[in-house]
Design a protein around this ligand. Sequence first.
Ligand code: CP
Length: 316
Amino acid sequence: MTQQTRANGSLRHLLTLEGLGRPQLEALLARAQKFVKPVGEPPVQAQSLAGVTVANMFTEPSTRTRVSFELAAKRLGADVVNLEVQLSSRVKGESMLDTIYTLEACHVDVFVIRDAESGVPGLVAANVKPHVSVLSAGEAHVSHPTQGLLDALTILQAKNRFDGLKVAIVGDVRHSRVARSAWHVLTALGVGEIRVVAPRGLMPEAGEFIGCERFTSIEGGIAGVDVVMMLRIQKERMAAAQIPDADRYFAKYGLSAERLARAKPDAIVMHPQPMNRGIEIASDVADGPQSVIRDQVRNGVAVRMAVLEAVIEGRG
Ligand code: CP
């Protein structure tokens, strides 16, 4: 695995949350919290990335991650380039690394990469110049580290602690990079109990999510929890025959208000979005008083500001 930290201990790349320690994670969350402002107030603006160039390179669709990385970089004073991969010379056969070397020659300092293939952010990180950083914006089913951080920040804001919490991760866990990053970060931050709740066909492999109790019933899985983290069905990672019927899925695994009543009365409801309303979550729950889904989006900008600032600050 590519080394994510520099010899001085600072964060250089963010490819995964696996292996990051509690102090490093808490420092990133504390830095991100300083960038959080209520929606309706002017956002935090700074110049800590003045003279820095950030390139967003997304080969899978994105709304939240791409927009929030762009806003995060601009609010810290960086120049930002969004490479339209489908309109780039990649379609003429140029390799990923030749594209990276080209942008490096244009003084790009930070590459933000989303790719459907596992290993791509790590490959880029292993081949860039020493002053350059690579941030994963979602790697196949493997990892979505800034999503994990924003999920952790949202839980901390709502519960003011990690110790002793019970968290249920519900839905298509097998194909979910969000679930894997949540598991890494919440385990490192000391969450007491993490449950995996999924139909048998969407359960992760037996060697994954070590230490999590597994439930095939949502009723049992969310009983008494503090946090219900719903996941999207990742149709793009399934063969046609594997895609569950929407009505049957909602009937067995959808989060309705009636089911949510099994969690603690002050439980929060999370979803990384995009949501399939009426399939994994009912609209009245997604928009209801226990939902922190829009807080997650707001926190996404703050977390990406924190990560960008940390990797640039660490260059010295
Ligand atoms: N949660 C998330 O990654 O959303 P996008 O795919 O819209 O970036």
